[in-house]
Ligand binder design. Structure first.
Ligand SMILES: Cc1ncc(COP(=O)(O)O)c(C=O)c1O
Length: 398
């Protein structure tokens, strides 16, 4: 057989999916695994949204829609952005894809030529790095430390820019760190992008999951110039517990929207019509279920952060958004359990799963090898049990 394409052969599988697959396999074998790997809310999609999808099927909305999505959905996306952030977009600037993940991919398809550099602050969401490579682009990783609150500074960005830099991918609030940029810090970074005429791909999928009353700032709302450089990406997966419906979207300058639409029209086309109808209901209906879920996440965050920071040898920042914490392992690296050395987050995740039946995601896939990520999109009881097991595991380290 002839070789696979060089690009396909060089792409790594998603680290987050690999760990949750292993945890699922162990569960299927009857093992009582507590999984902190989840990247999705554990809530059901609110009924009124599900019924909108069912109604669409029963009403015969089962045919193709335009490649960029139903005009009603694109209008609902614009209306949401206006209501939330005062952003003005025309429906033709809204493009729908099969999830925010797909939308990031399509944005990169529209922007990246082979050899173009795309800046990716680390810790980063696993897929960004590989997606840039899928288009022959060069991901330029800028390490952003825990001490700086996992937030990129304008100086770091300036330093990473070359004449090949095309874009930056910002993820605010961040997966995996949960960091949320304050308005001024975000503006300082975005101003550097405008100065160097870079595209800002801003993945704001967790915009509704922010805590402590911290206001969320959408980068496109900072100035008209910034907006003109921004491809805003969002979706219904996290806010409305709709991960399986596969609806993501973007708001961008018209030229970029057109290129992305062309790309969609020759690849996936638009997502399922009934899913688009459900998304219209999600975005235009009452927003109180989303707020209730947010409040539950905030309580869980408080619990997990308190528990981790009370344990010996590990620590985490208190994140202001999303539903993840990054647990710092630096103090325990080099220690052993049953004669096996913990040299990295990968070792830690493997041993914790094997010995204590707790699944966490190693930070290596996020560009942060001395950390592991824990999702708190699981029940309070499971958080407590998992934390008890983690504590017992840590006490065995020598
Ligand atoms: C930062 C980030 N962007 C995008 C996605 C994917 O969202 P969707 O389900 O809309 O594809 C995720 C999911 O984990 C994510 O964490």
């Amino acid at each position: 057989m002839k070789a696979l394409s060089k690009i396909a052969a060089g792409v790594s599988p998603s680290a987050t999916l690999a760990v949750s697959a292993l945890a699922k396999k162990m569960k299927a074998e009857g093992k009582d695994v507590i999984g902190f790997g989840a990247g999705e809310p554990d809530f059901a999609t609110p009924d009124r949204i599900s019924y909108a999808g069912v109604r669409a099927i029963c009403d015969g909305k089962t045919r193709y829609t335009p490649a960029a999505g139903m005009i009603e959905l694109r209008q609902a996306i614009c209306d949401r952005a206006k209501a939330d952030y005062g952003l003005e977009y025309e429906p033709t600037q809204a493009v729908v894809a099969s999830g925010a993940k797909h939308m990031v991919y399509i944005a990169l398809a529209a922007l990246v030529d082979p050899g173009d550099e795309v800046i990716v602050p680390a810790p980063y969401w696993v897929s960004y790095y590989e997606m840039v490579r899928l288009f022959g682009g060069v991901p330029v990783v800028v390490n952003v430390s825990e001490e700086q609150g996992f937030q990129l500074t304008p100086e770091q960005l300036e330093h990473a820019i070359t004449d090949k830099t095309k874009a930056i991918i910002l993820n605010n609030p961040s997966n995996p760190t949960g960091a949320v940029y304050p308005k001024e810090a975000l503006k300082a970074v975005a101003d550097v992008c405008v100065k160097h005429d870079l595209y800002i791909i801003s993945d704001e999928i967790y915009d509704k999951l922010v805590y402590d009353g911290v206001p969320f700032t959408s980068v496109a709302a900072l100035s008209d110039e910034i907006k003109a450089h921004t491809i805003l990406i969002n979706g219904v997966s996290k806010t409305y517990a709709m991960t399986g419906w596969r609806i993501g979207y973007s708001l961008s300058p018209a030229l970029v929207a057109k290129a992305m639409t062309n790309y969609l029209s020759h690849s996936t086309g638009a997502p399922g019509t009934m899913c688009q109808c459900a998304a219209i209901e999600a975005l235009s209906g009452p927003q109180d279920e989303a707020e209730q879920m947010r409040q539950v996440f905030e309580q869980r965050r408080d619990l997990i952060v308190r528990r981790i920071n009370a344990m010996p040898g590990v620590s985490c920042l208190k994140p202001s958004g999303a539903f993840y914490v990054m647990m710092n392992l630096e103090q325990i690296l080099g220690k052993q359990i049953d004669g096996q050395v913990i040299g990295s987050g990968d070792d830690f995740a493997k041993l914790l799963l094997e010995k204590s039946l707790v699944a966490v995601v190693p930070g290596s896939g996020f560009g942060a090898p001395n950390f592991v990520r824990l999702s708190y999109a699981i029940s309070t009881e499971n958080i407590e049990t998992g934390m008890d097991r983690l504590e017992a595991f840590l006490k065995q380290l020598q």
